[in-house]
Design a protein around this ligand. Structure first.
Ligand code: KE4
Length: 428
């Protein structure tokens, strides 16, 4: 593999963009080396600026569930662009995608579109605070809900990758209203409720964590959160930016049968264009301006191109009756193949998987929260990452991320990947 052009492009980017990237996790700081510049992508494959083909297991961090340059999405965006790109006025397509999302996702009556997952989660906690009249939120160490100030407290994803889970710039005043619990530990939540009685507006959680690697909720953990929130009139927010429309049509709420009060979306809902959203029952959503007092707004919210991409994507997911089974089967096949070759090469590891989210941890024993995820051997992960990259397989450049499986992957691609891992793991 040569990366000459990517290296030159990165040097040029560093001159005019901080760190040469527009989002830190792309900079390879977690694994070392020079980030790969992609020229184009189609289906399961990326084509980088040096002409290398890479099997993609990031898929833009989740959106490309049907593969890159999925024709119905591309065609919808091209056609829509010919009629104008933004108006700042209501358009019919916003109602069409909103109605489809409400039909697909349980426990929501209304949805508000924004431009990113961060914006969705930031707006969701403001709505929870406005609806309840209370200030404090509970988040979980290692969960990532975007880069809004209230969330950069023991945040996962890039914040953990760079060892800055508590970012400078977040004021003490803000931080004091964010309480930290331990993922999969309901007693840590109960302790916070007891110590902050009557002050907690919401609990926000990734129902399947994807920013500490993939960490499934333990049996009845989500149900226990529902019970304690009901007992204290606290809003339960599911951050389904990763899991929404990926784990099932109705996301994690459908998969686990636990109802959230507010649900946040991103990634898949936009089909690769900038879309976030948050949704709830109308008694909550009607607190939002212009109906209610909780202010939230955006110049490009509901942008027609983004709505066209999202509507084409959700329509495909809604009509494909075997998609989620196919994704589950492919991810299970990959899981079993990786486990077999790592075990036969004596590599200590744990693999976590839910649906089409999977992660490999070079740690012994259960990886069930931030602490156990952080125990993974990062030197081993770095060798694993770069070995696979050289073999033409592109996984997340951080151990604190999950892989996202696309339906565009063939079983030949999966076998190629498993063989590459077999080769790489001989030298781990
Ligand atoms: P964005 O603002 O990046 O669209 O979404 C923030 C967000 C919110 N909630 C969850 C569960 C998320 O995973 C994310 C963003 N995910 C990261 C990947 N772990 C995006 C990649 C990046 O930061 O560049």
């Amino acid at each position: 593999m040569i990366y000459k052009r990517s290296s030159a492009l990165f040097a040029a980017a560093e001159k005019v963009i901080p760190g040469g990237v527009n989002s830190p996790v792309r900079a390879f700081k977690g694994v070392g080396g020079t980030p790969i510049f992609v020229k184009e992508a189609k289906g399961a494959y990326l084509y980088d600026e040096d002409g290398n083909r890479l099997i993609d297991y990031i898929n833009s961090w989740g959106p490309m569930i049907l593969g890159h340059a999925y024709a119905p999405v591309v065609d919808a965006v091209v056609e829509k662009a010919k009629k104008g790109t933004s108006f700042g006025m209501p358009t019919e397509i916003e109602t069409q995608i909103a109605a489809l999302a409400v039909d697909m996702v349980p426990n929501i009556d209304k949805i508000r579109f924004v431009n990113s997952g961060t914006e969705a989660c930031m707006s969701a906690i403001r709505l929870a605070r406005g609806y309840t009249g209370k200030d404090k939120i509970i988040k979980f160490a290692g969960c990532y809900h975007g880069h809004s100030d209230s969330f950069l407290i023991q945040a996962g994803s890039g914040a953990s990758t760079f060892g800055t889970p508590n970012s400078p710039g977040v004021t003490k005043g803000t931080a004091q209203d964010t309480l930290l619990a331990t993922y999969n530990d309901i007693d840590s939540v109960k302790a916070l409720f007891e110590a902050n009685t009557g002050e907690i507006a919401c609990v926000i959680i990734e129902p399947v964590a994807g920013n500490m690697g993939c960490i499934p909720p333990k049996e009845n953990f989500l149900k226990a959160l529902r019970v304690i929130c009901d007992a204290h009139n606290v809003v339960l927010v599911f951050d389904e930016v990763m899991t929404g429309f990926r784990l099932a049509k109705g996301g994690a709420q459908e998969l686990y049968g636990v109802a959230a009060d507010i649900v946040c979306f991103g990634k898949v809902i936009g089909g690769g264009l900038p879309v976030g959203a948050f949704a709830a029952r109308q008694e909550i959503m009607n607190h939002l301006a212009p109906l209610g007092p909780v202010y939230q707004a955006g110049t490009l919210s509901g942008n027609p191109l983004a709505m066209a991409a999202g509507l084409a994507m959700l329509t495909a997911l809604h009509t494909d009756t075997t998609l989620f089974e196919r994704l589950e089967a492919k991810t299970k096949y990959l899981h079993e193949g990786i486990s077999k070759v790592l075990t036969s090469n004596g590599v200590v590891h744990t693999i976590n998987r839910v649906g089409s989210m999977i992660s490999v941890h070079f740690a012994e024993g259960e990886v069930c929260d931030f602490e156990t995820s952080a125990k993974g051997n990062n030197e081993t992960f770095k060798s694993f990452f770069h070995g696979l990259l050289k073999a033409g397989v592109y996984i997340a450049p951080s151990a604190f991320e999950t892989w996202f499986i696309t339906d565009a992957l063939s079983y030949e691609d999966l076998d190629f990947t498993i063989r590459a891992i077999a080769d790489v793991s001989k030298n781990l």
